[in-house]
Ligand binder design. Structure first.
Ligand code: FES
Length: 144
């Protein structure tokens, strides 16, 4: 089977779909090759991500990845969400086909972009090296 049960489940029943009107951070990223776009909204209280929603205009793997990523960062400290890797998302989904790994990279980047937006809006200092935004969307050739 091409896709794991978890991927199929998160694609068919995505968690945390939607928009947070008064979000504390919004991250929007896209992949230039496939044209897919992912937007993640976070609500932060006392440094904890209390709510998270996403909108993904893209393939099933991108939807499954964003759904899983939101589940993984909900209730976690912002600094921990920042460490979420696409590899961890792929593992939580019980794998993705090689040509679909870039879809999970989008989820990692969207979370990072949302955290960066939150940091910027609140003048919180950070190390720019913590952010890998700007991935070239190589199509899965990076180490995953
Ligand atoms: Fe573009 Fe999946 S094919 S994110």
């Amino acid at each position: 089977m091409l896709y794991s049960e978890k991927v199929t489940d998160h694609f068919r029943h995505p968690r945390n779909v939607g928009k947070i009107e008064d979000a504390d951070g919004i991250g929007e990223v896209g992949n230039v090759t496939c044209g897919d776009i992912m937007r993640i909204y976070i609500k932060v209280e006392n440094n904890i991500i209390t709510d998270v929603k996403f909108n993904t205009f893209g393939c099933g793997s991108a939807i499954a990845s964003s759904s899983m990523a939101t589940e993984m960062i909900k209730g976690k400290p912002v600094s921990e969400a920042l460490k979420l890797t696409n590899k961890a998302v792929v593992e939580a989904l019980d794998g993705l086909p090689a040509h679909k790994l870039h879809c999970s990279v989008l989820a990692e980047e969207a979370v990072q972009a949302a955290v960066k937006d939150y940091y910027d809006k609140n003048s919180i200092e950070y190390d720019p090296l913590d952010f890998a935004i700007g991935c070239s969307g190589c199509g899965g050739e990076c180490e995953v």
